[in-house]
Design a protein around this ligand. Structure first.
Ligand SMILES: Nc1ncnc2c1ncn2[C@@H]1O[C@H](COP(=O)(O)OP(=O)(O)OP(=O)(O)O)[C@@H](O)[C@H]1O
Ligand SMILES: [Mg+2]
Length: 623
């Protein structure tokens, strides 16, 4: 019974999640549309308000050039017919009109130069500004939000925003100015040939409905395949990444991944082609029907008037052009409105991301820069990852004294790194409190906390495009570069010897992909990263597996220095190498998110529990 209930629950959950997705791709009210357009255009406008305004004005004026030229052309033809019929060939009238054309062309040229310049300014300026706003937003959202898979889909969709913002802006400006022109044309044509306007509007209705339907199909298809596209994107990245290719060559896995990529792409492209072909063919048929209206309702009526002598030949040419301008303008307005609506749906994702609040609010207590290591109190801490089912940290309580040197050991997946992430306040624990010097971490302003924190993560950063010196200086880059400090840090991390042997020593670039660069070995990289945190010399230092890739001699040297170097500071070291942790003031043994043993090496060995067992097992291996 219970099982059935659970299944039902899962089913209904699945239903709600698809319903949510449907909601997102189907619904966009006019109100939302205006809000999104205002937001997107506003963000581009802020790049250069002057260029934006001038661009809109010039585009609006230029919309009317066709109408103006057809009018002048009509006058020219009538003038020509008159001259041809008159006995004295007086060309004055003709010249006057040609002067007007030349002046209009000069004005047009100037306006186009201004319009294009404004566009170039917006195009060149907006990219870095918008890209920056994107990564600033991601930073603000924080890891707890960014690690949710849905957010990755959202980011992938919102990425469209970065590439299509300018196009969206142009579409909007084009759309508004086109509407102005359309209204002027409707007024002019309706006065002259009202039945034409009515026919035209009626025949366009099925086209609009069809176009809207096809767009929805297309959008729905893209939406539903965002995650699959992301996955195959990652496959393609592996196949074009020099580092990843090494293992792929050896394992002969190229074919396997290539197939994974192409299987999806073949299917995706085929489906996309089907949708697009249906869409294009349908659109062309509707366009043809509208052309028939133009010919049978527009031209025929017009020619009858010419034949009956109601209008001149010049006027007829003006009206022929004006009628097709109206037809084209209506087509553009309708298809552009659908285009804009479709784009706005993607922009909705970007707007959603930009207006998303961070997973949790920043605290407001400013922690001063501490002279010595802080105390840490962790009480009844529970934590489950945003996308995980099982709890990772369970009711964990731990007190670390100011200046204490703690080591944490435990098998893979015990939750050691997770604890470090919680101490770094990447996540908000579900229950429990972490306090630093008796202040709840939640209430501390995060930047002021980070000024007191140094964490060498298990997956530490390597800045290959920077020099050795810069890589170490990154630990304290908000302060002036201290060469002596950098050398001391390198020495403490047992990195000085190999740095001195590099062709460019501390100025060495650390990637083979840049000329004059070299690639350090894995252990050398780890030493440079360690040096960065020696240099940072924060009151609270955490090293997560700092010597995993480091040889035993260097490891011995580093650990001899670490406790001395960070005297008075609070230090947490996570390691699988028991020989390195035995000198810590206290060793914490973690298992399945809980602390199962703690004490000094001596005490734990005497206890003969888990630690002693693991220690002896490792020692056995060295005999
Ligand atoms: N971002 C994440 N989202 C979901 N689950 C995660 C995430 N990171 C880690 N986990 C899970 O949390 C558990 C604890 O992982 P953690 O990285 O803290 O282990 P660890 O003790 O540091 O292990 P190791 O010794 O291998 O470094 C693991 O079961 C892991 O699968
Ligand atoms: Mg870990």
């Amino acid at each position: 019974m219970k099982m059935a209930e659970q299944k039902d629950k899962q089913k209904s959950q699945a239903k709600t999640s698809t319903a949510d997705i449907k909601y997102d791709y189907q619904k966009l009210s006019w109100k939302e549309f205006f809000r999104i357009s205002k937001w997107a255009i506003g963000s581009l406008f802020r790049v250069s308000p002057v260029a934006g305004v001038v661009h809109i004005i010039t585009t609006t004026i230029l919309q009317y050039q066709d109408l103006l030229y057809s009018y002048i052309m009509a006058k020219l033809i009538d003038a020509l017919i008159k001259i041809a019929a008159a006995p004295d060939k007086n060309l004055d009238n003709l010249y006057k009109l040609i002067y007007i054309v030349v002046i209009a062309k000069i004005i047009e040229m100037l306006l186009r130069i201004i319009e294009n310049t404004c566009m170039v300014i917006l195009r060149v300026k907006h990219r870095p500004i918008i890209r920056r706003s994107f990564y600033l937003k991601l930073k603000e959202l924080g890891l707890q939000t960014l690690e949710k898979p849905d957010i990755h889909d959202s980011i992938a969709r919102a990425d469209n925003y970065l590439t299509n913002l300018l196009q969206f802006y142009r579409q909007n400006v084009g759309f508004v100015t086109e509407i102005l022109k359309l209204f002027s044309l409707i007024v002019i044509v309706t006065k002259f040939l009202p039945q034409f306007t009515i026919f035209l509007v009626i025949t366009y209705i099925p086209y609009v409905i069809f176009d809207k339907y096809m767009r929805k199909e297309n959008y729905k298809f893209d939406w539903e395949n965002t995650e699959k596209n992301r996955i195959t994107g990652s496959v393609a990245n592996s196949l074009s990444n020099v580092n990843a290719l090494k293992e792929i060559y050896i394992t002969n896995a190229f074919g396997f991944l290539d197939k994974k990529y192409m299987d999806f792409q073949n299917w995706f492209v085929e489906m996309k082609l089907k949708i697009t072909a249906k869409w294009r063919i349908g659109s062309e048929i509707f366009n043809f029907l509208n052309d028939l209206t133009l010919i049978f309702v527009g031209y025929l009526k017009l020619f009858t008037r010419v034949v009956n002598g109601l209008i001149s030949v010049g006027d007829a040419t003006f009206w022929i052009q004006t009628l097709s301008q109206l037809s084209n303008s209506l087509r553009r307005v309708l298809s552009n409105s659908n285009d804009i609506f479709e784009n706005a749906l993607w922009f909705k994702e970007a707007e959603k991301l930009y207006s998303m609040p961070p997973a949790f609010a920043d605290g407001d207590i400013v922690l001063p820069v501490l002279k010595s290591g802080p105390s840490i109190k962790i009480k009844n801490l529970d934590f489950t990852y945003p996308n995980a089912q099982n709890i990772t940290i369970k009711n964990l309580t731990l007190e670390i004294k100011a200046g204490e040197k703690i080591a944490i050991v435990g098998h893979n997946g015990a939750g050691k790194t997770t604890l470090v992430r919680l101490l770094s306040r990447f996540y908000q624990p579900s229950t429990g409190i972490i306090s630093i010097n008796d202040i709840n971490l939640k209430d501390i302003q995060i930047d002021s906390f980070y000024k007191n924190l140094g964490v060498l993560f298990q997956d530490y950063n390597t800045y290959g495009y920077l020099t050795v010196e810069e890589n170490i200086h990154m630990g304290k880059s908000d302060q002036e570069l201290d060469e002596v400090g950098i050398r001391l840090a390198a020495f403490s991390a047992d990195a000085l010897n190999f740095i001195e042997e590099l062709p460019n020593k501390f100025d060495q670039i650390l990637t083979e992909s840049i000329k004059s660069g070299i690639r350090p070995s894995s252990g050398q990289w780890q030493k440079i990263a360690m040096a960065r945190f020696f240099y940072r010399d924060a009151p609270l230092v955490i090293f997560d597996e700092p010597t995993a890739a480091i040889d035993p001699v260097s490891e011995y040297n580093i650990f001899n220095k670490i406790y001395e170097f960070f005297k008075g500071k609070t230090v947490i070291i996570i390691s699988h190498r028991f020989s390195t942790v035995r000198n810590a003031d206290r060793i914490i043994v973690m298992d399945r998110g809980e602390i199962v043993e703690q004490g000094s090496h001596k005490k734990l060995m005497e206890m003969g529990g888990r630690y002693a067992k693991m220690f002896n097992l490792q020692a056995e291996g060295y005999k």
